[in-house]
Design a protein around this ligand. Structure first.
Ligand SMILES: *Cc1c(COP(=O)(O)O)cnc(C)c1O
Length: 395
């Protein structure tokens, strides 16, 4: 037998973390890494946040899971907190990002189909989007590398160019049910949509009775300096998929919707055994209590601006390596003139700095939102040393 006990779907690297301390990860062999990956935008409170640990410990001792057969004081509390702080009137809790997007897709279809309008099923999505790895969410993305081996895909998605309002408009037909879009593409390379695009989609949705569903699984929950990224576009969506940071490392997700958008999501239409269990809700509450306030969000914006301006200065020293800095808040990307993956590996293996490569030749910087000046300085020391010693493979 040559297959590994862990199904070999991930090309894992040699770093094997066993412990986390604030913004650092410690490997099996004791090596200490500065973590500017945050478990892919998940550990927004860092790795040993006392409030989050305490909340999970306390809830684990009290009650972990009961299923959705029973009333949920814990779910009601977190749902109310999300409703109070967002556009939403109602929330469905999931265990992951893909499931939150899946719920968003079902909500968009059911909005039209709950009263028999079955010909409206198509959702317009965007080139280089990433929405997850379930059958519906890979079908929602045009990326063929995720489709191969898994055909046939789920019908009912139409891909158009990201940030191209005219293309989105031209794709609308009698079968269209809504839009699904990341306000800031994450895996696609930290590409924020323009103001005109997001506002234009809102207007098109209103004109054609379509739902505007946002995938904020990566950019949501304070990452961009507002609780959700849509706030910075001066629009209100109909549906938002949230996950990653929302549990701070505990696997939960949420699908947020207005009352109108959720009109098809009635008794018996959807469900999840674990979704919204007391343990997950305690983690979500601890995260929301930490991040959903003006003081914390202003800090994220200030840190994001500081990191960005220092990066912009920095890349001037290496015009052959870096092209530009982009993103919002502490969701930043360095667009490179070379493949970002070998540089990410170099930073990791020779300078103990963890980052994440993304599409469009971009190196993603996703530090915990609780980083301080010391970690910021450490980051630039490591990045400078890494850039100075890096030898791109010349063709
Ligand atoms: C990570 C991600 C997902 C999928 O989340 P999982 O928890 O891996 O299922 C969906 N959409 C976006 C934008 C993401 O970044």
């Amino acid at each position: 037998m040559s297959i590994t006990p862990l199904m070999p779907v991930y090309p894992r690297c040699g770093v094997r973390p066993v412990r986390g301390e604030h913004c650092h990860l410690i490997d099996e062999d004791g090596t200490r890494y500065l973590d500017f990956a945050s478990g892919i935008a998940v550990n927004l409170l860092g790795h040993s946040h006392a409030g989050l640990i305490g909340a999970i410990q306390k809830q684990a001792e009290t009650l972990m899971h009961v299923s959705n057969l029973y009333g949920s004081p814990q779910g009601e509390e977190l749902a109310q907190k999300l409703v109070d702080n967002t556009f939403a009137d109602t929330v469905f809790f999931t265990n992951s990002g893909a499931e939150a997007v899946e719920c968003a897709i079902k909500t968009v279809r059911a909005y039209h189909q709950h009263d028999g309008n079955d010909e409206r099923f198509e959702i317009i999505t965007f080139v280089n989007a990433f929405h997850g790895r379930t059958m519906a969410t890979i079908s929602a993305s045009n990326q063929e590398k995720m489709h191969k081996g898994f055909n046939p895909l789920l019908p009912g998605f139409r891909y158009v160019e990201f940030d191209d309002l005219e293309a989105a408009k031209a794709a609308i037909g009698p079968q269209t049910a809504g839009f699904l879009v990341e306000p800031v593409q994450g895996e696609g390379g930290i590409r924020p949509a323009s103001q005109e695009f997001m506002q234009g989609l809102r207007k098109l949705a209103d004109e054609h009775d379509l739902l505007l569903a946002l995938d904020e699984v990566q950019c949501g929950v304070a990452r961009t300096g507002t609780l959700y990224a849509y706030e910075q576009y001066g629009i209100e969506p109909d549906v938002v998929a949230s996950a990653k940071g929302i549990g701070g490392g505990f696997p939960i997700g949420a699908c947020l919707a207005t009352e109108k958008a959720a009109r098809g999501m009635t008794f018996g239409t959807h469900g999840s055994t674990y979704g919204g269990n007391p343990l997950g809700m305690a983690a979500g509450m601890a995260v929301m209590e930490a991040v959903a306030n003006d003081e914390f969000l202003a800090e994220v914006r200030a840190k994001g601006e500081r990191l960005r301006s220092r990066l912009e200065q920095f890349i001037g020293n290496y015009p052959d390596l870096f092209e530009s800095v982009r993103g919002m808040g502490l969701m930043l990307g360095m667009k490179m003139k070379v493949e970002p993956r070998p540089f990410m590996v170099h930073l990791r293996d020779h300078h103990e700095l963890l980052t994440v490569a993304a599409g469009d030749n971009t190196l993603r910087l996703l530090p915990p939102l609780v980083i301080g000046d010391a970690e910021m300085d450490e980051f630039f020391e490591k990045l400078s040393a890494g850039a100075a010693s890096f030898q791109p493979e010349h063709a």
